[in-house]
Write a protein that binds this ligand. Sequence first.
Ligand SMILES: Cc1cc2nc3c(=O)[nH]c(=O)nc-3n(C[C@H](O)[C@H](O)[C@H](O)COP(=O)(O)OP(=O)(O)OC[C@H]3O[C@@H](n4cnc5c(N)ncnc54)[C@H](O)[C@@H]3O)c2cc1C
Length: 291
Amino acid sequence: MRSALSTLEVLRPRTLREALRMLSANGARPTPLAGGTDLFVYLNAGTEQATRFLDLSRLAELRGIRVGAREATLGARTTFWEIRRHAALGARLPSLAAAASEIGAWQIQHRATIGGNIANASPAGDSLPALLAHDARVRVASRGGEREIPFDALYTGYRKLAIAPDELVTAVVIPFPPRGSLPFFRKVGTRRAQSISKVVFCGLLACDRRGRAVHARLAYGSMAPTPARARAAEDVLLAGATPQLAAAAARAALGQDLTPIDDIRSDRGYRLQVAGNLLEQFVRSLPAARR
Ligand SMILES: Cc1cc2nc3c(=O)[nH]c(=O)nc-3n(C[C@H](O)[C@H](O)[C@H](O)COP(=O)(O)OP(=O)(O)OC[C@H]3O[C@@H](n4cnc5c(N)ncnc54)[C@H](O)[C@@H]3O)c2cc1C
């Protein structure tokens, strides 16, 4: 049954400090509310248990995109529209810009935040493989202070996060990949746009002058209970031969890395087939090695 909005309480802090105090106060802990594009769906479906919310919309500390020399820092309230429209960010992190431009429709992109995508912790979250492939770090704050969590340690199980209940995501820090890295992003859904991913993939490869891989990241969404790195396949790509020669063996290794499920959107076999196709498509898109 739909949640009756009149029974909900919304706290509206003006500063991060005030928000963190409200989050750690005695009594029913409020649930953070950013763009609401996930939470309102849960409220509408009657699956959201929370009745107290912490509106993050006034927190200036959670805003802003800073592009530095080595990494970009995005405030948790950065929307996907802001990401896809940011030229300097798009030039350095094209896979993230590609993910942002494929999340929902424009209306959703104007409200949906990267912090919400991260904290919602869906294995189908489209920005998550891009963050994983770039070795991002999630910055969280509580009244006790601030800390950073490496992205590959963030998800501890299906929709489980290594973030304490009194912590807020304040930013995500994304290092730029090694010079010469080639990125690849592809989302596969029921239709070309505006569908939940059956498989979402972000790859990054850097090769030396002889065409051998020296840096490899293969990150998938919707292929395991959490966003997942295909480390066995990465190792195959890094093992010596060029990615072009190693592609078939890397594809075979995906079976060790990924544990997709059968659900209403797809079955396991289809997902594994698509994951392999995307890996091969990525490798085929690389320039031929110089001899
Ligand atoms: C029509 C539609 C289409 C969509 N399409 C896509 C899609 O293509 N791809 C995709 O990945 N997603 C999609 N989504 C899901 C949603 O838009 C994203 O997950 C979005 O990034 C959520 O961000 P939000 O700001 O709206 O989060 P909210 O709904 O406000 O919050 C989501 C969760 O994160 C928590 N949270 C939010 N901010 C913080 C914070 N700073 N610190 C701690 N916890 C926090 C909330 O408590 C809640 O649990 C779609 C949703 C809709 C309704």
